[in-house]
Ligand binder design. Structure first.
Ligand SMILES: Nc1ncnc2c1ncn2[C@@H]1O[C@H](COP(=O)(O)OP(=O)(O)O)[C@@H](O)[C@H]1O
Ligand SMILES: N[C@@H](CCOP(=O)(O)O)C(=O)O
Length: 318
């Protein structure tokens, strides 16, 4: 559980005076999550999620919050940020931190997804990409290549020689890919960039929604697809692709938006990029941890295995 900032009942009651969502009933710190402070906020009107942003600056947040609003309006199942009754602002302040309240999605995360779950997700992912195309705000993926180049030197001193060599060589490969004409041709737009199993809710096989857009940014759609496949469509012990699930996800995605030739060409390169991105952030969190009253760390070696698996057995669409 990650609660970096304690929120008092008094602060929550004061918040509900500004955001008219009924009377305060209870506030409970949420298990899971490593980036932000999250609470379930129950009121006489319903259940909500209160998020206090711990790393992101207030000027970066409108991109995420208005993107969620934009997607919800377009019919993509995304929880809608709730506004201050007087000012209309969806970016709030709680305990001196920037904050937001969104609706609580019904259901639970499917941590052992089957092909049917991957199929639902693939369809929503493609709809989300298309619906975000006319989103007017711009913000790059803040955990993209420039951040990898900045962060790898920070974590390298903690690694043994062989692991450091893999990290260095994969980063060099990704810098090389980023210079290619195929990469320049990849279609792009606002992407979620962290759509892991714990960032979607299901009731049975029905996807009720996707959330946690706080790593979203403008990047290639293929990178977003790769992040999803690397988490939803693998054997968790080895990192190897589960072809039945990956094929189901991509078929559903392509039924909405067929992949272009350049996307097919770079699929495995972006799967490697997706693995590298989360390997680096997990190394960074592991070796340079922040204070948290209740924090469950993520295992960096998992994404090292995923990367090695993509190198050993590249995944291509036929
Ligand atoms: N809109 C929501 N509806 C239902 N549950 C949510 C919602 N937002 C967050 N949660 C719950 O809170 C947990 C942590 O949220 P998350 O946004 O992933 O945190 P972090 O940004 O710190 O990674 C999720 O795994 C989920 O259980
Ligand atoms: N998904 C990332 C970590 C980001 O945390 P999340 O709870 O917002 O998904 C990872 O698994 O490393």
């Amino acid at each position: 559980m990650a609660v970096f900032t304690e929120v008092s009942d008094k602060a929550a009651k004061a918040l509900l005076k500004r955001v008219p969502l009924g009377d305060f009933v209870s506030l409970r710190g949420i298990e899971g999550g490593i980036e932000n402070t999250n609470y379930f906020l129950t009121t006489s009107q319903g259940e909500y999620v209160l998020t206090l942003f711990e790393r992101l600056r207030a000027d970066q947040l409108p991109f995420y919050l208005y993107l969620m609003k934009h997607l919800a309006k377009a019919g993509v199942p995304v929880p809608e940020p709730q506004a201050d009754g007087k000012t209309g602002d969806i970016l709030l302040q709680v305990e001196g931190k920037p904050a937001a309240i969104v609706g609580k999605l019904p259901g639970k995360s499917q941590l052992a997804p089957q092909a049917a779950h991957c199929q639902s997700l693939g369809e929503v992912l493609a709809r989300m990409h298309q619906a975000a195309l006319d989103y007017p705000r711009q913000q790059p993926n803040l955990r993209g290549l420039p951040w990898w180049n900045e962060t790898v030197p920070v974590v390298l001193p903690y690694l043994d020689t062989a692991t450091a060599e893999l990290l260095r060589s994969e980063l060099a490969y990704q810098n090389h890919v980023a210079q290619s004409s195929a990469y320049a041709a990849l279609p792009r737009g606002p992407v979620h960039a962290d759509l892991f199993r714990d960032n979607a809710m299901f009731e049975g096989e029905t996807l009720t929604g996707i959330f946690d857009f706080y790593f979203a940014g403008v990047d290639t759609w293929l990178f977003d697809i790769a992040v999803v496949i690397n988490d939803w469509c693998i054997d968790l012990a080895t990192g190897a692709i589960d072809k039945a699930r990956a094929d189901a996800l991509l078929a559903a995605y392509q039924a909405v938006r067929p992949l272009q030739a350049c996307e097919r060409e770079l699929l495995n390169a972006m799967l490697r990029a997706g693995a590298l991105r989360f390997w680096i952030s997990r190394l960074w969190d592991f070796y340079l941890p922040r204070e948290a009253s209740l924090l469950k760390p993520h295992d960096p070696t998992h994404f090292e295995r995923v990367l090695r698996a993509r190198l050993a057995a590249p995944y291509h669409l036929i």
